[in-house]
Design a protein around this ligand. Structure first.
Ligand SMILES: Cc1ncc(COP(=O)(O)O)c(C=O)c1O
Length: 363
């Protein structure tokens, strides 16, 4: 990312296929709500758990999207799901607790866990596991206090079926450990809609965000749904650690729920971009993984390299395409993989495919 930014600053062309954020603005309804809030609402500190209308609206969203009833009192508004993870880890675990994570992973999971004094316990989930954590994989581990499951996942885009989500919820309940379900890519799915862990239990921690489907990453706003017994500890942690989430962003988020027609049009662009890449990459000898959801293709480039970092550096230098090396997500086998984000506009993806094709033909 730093090299891509330098290239951009030097006036050279760069195609940002490494970024994990939508290239679109937040929905117009969110921007209008933010402007209205600045003009008319109190935008001081809010309740640490979030403004009431937003917590109510998020609860209603669970009925609309999943037909699942959630008590608004269990909803906690956070400054992005990143802060949600920090708070969830602090509220649910004790120092030195062991948290299971599958490899490849979203790098902040183990990094946040370590920073919070927890021990990440990594278990490999290869292609035959659809790159997803499972009860079988966790049975190979000892003494874990919880695990993170993500569907759709970053970097692989792979998803858990509703039965698999239910299986993980049962596993957590049976073992009396915490399931933390990262649902931040819900709404960006291509085969079947993603199922929330809340459909199977109230005793899970669910994280979600306005950064991906809602296209509002810079507003730093997300939410958690937690069991009632975590609400009081979370309120106290939040009050002391950061008082409240940004008030203007909370009002904007409330407006975002009225902008789903615009947001669904963004997803249509992802559908096209994904198809362009899925058609083109295999012809170049690059093998895409599942890409069931999110806006990433995690692809096997072992035909060309086992050093994805150098490979991505060369691609950037020669073509202006910024792509993420797999070692960011898998320190052991990520040398054979790259992650391409297709959250940008359709013309960027078309140009990227053409440049990558020429690069590979000459290398
Ligand atoms: C899997 C996953 N979880 C969580 C996050 C954090 O996002 P935010 O803090 O913007 O909600 C990201 C961001 O890329 C992500 O990919």
């Amino acid at each position: 990312m730093a090299t891509a930014a330098l290239r951009h600053a030097a006036g050279e062309d760069v195609f940002r296929l490494e970024v994990g954020q939508p290239g679109t603005p937040g929905p117009a309804t969110a921007l209008e709500a933010a402007k209205r809030a600045i003009d008319t609402d109190l935008v001081g500190y809010t309740d640490p758990l979030g403004i009431e209308p937003l917590r109510n609206r998020i609860a209603q969203f669970y009925t609309e999207r999943y037909d699942v009833k959630v008590d608004p009192a269990r909803i906690v508004v956070t400054a992005g799901s990143s802060v949600g993870f920090i708070l969830a880890f602090l509220a649910a675990f004790e120092k030195n607790d062991r948290i299971a994570l599958s490899i490849p992973f979203y790098p902040p999971y183990p990094n946040i866990a370590k920073t919070m004094g927890l021990q990440p316990v990594l278990v490999r989930a290869n292609e035959e596991h659809r790159f997803q954590i499972s009860p079988d994989l966790m049975n190979t581990l000892e003494n874990i206090s919880g695990f993170v499951a993500a569907s759709p996942a970053n970097p692989t885009g792979s998803m858990l079926s509703p039965d698999e989500v239910a299986g993980l919820v049962d596993y957590a309940e049976g073992k009396k450990i915490w399931m933390i379900s990262d649902e931040i890519y819900h709404g960006i799915t291509f085969a079947q809609p993603a199922q929330t862990a809340l459909a199977f239990s109230d005793d899970v921690i669910v994280l979600n965000s306005f950064s991906k489907y809602f296209s509002m990453p810079g507003w730093r706003i997300g939410w958690m749904v937690v069991p009632g017994r975590l609400i009081d500890p979370l309120r106290r942690l939040m009050q002391n650690l950061y008082i409240s989430t940004h008030a203007v962003s909370q009002f904007a988020a409330l407006g975002a729920f009225e902008g789903t027609a615009e947001l669904d049009r963004n997803v249509e662009v992802y559908v096209q971009n994904r198809q362009v890449l899925l058609d083109a990459l295999p012809k170049m000898g690059i093998k895409p993984a599942f890409a069931d959801g999110a806006f990433y293709i995690y692809a096997d480039v072992s035909k060309y390299t086992n050093d994805s970092k150098k490979f991505c550096e060369r691609i950037l230098a020669d073509t202006g395409l910024a792509i993420t090396p797999g070692i960011d997500f898998d320190p052991q086998q990520g040398g054979n993989f790259i992650r391409i984000s297709y959250a940008g506009p359709a013309d960027t993806i078309a140009e990227a495919v053409s440049r990558l094709g020429k690069f590979l033909a000459n290398n």
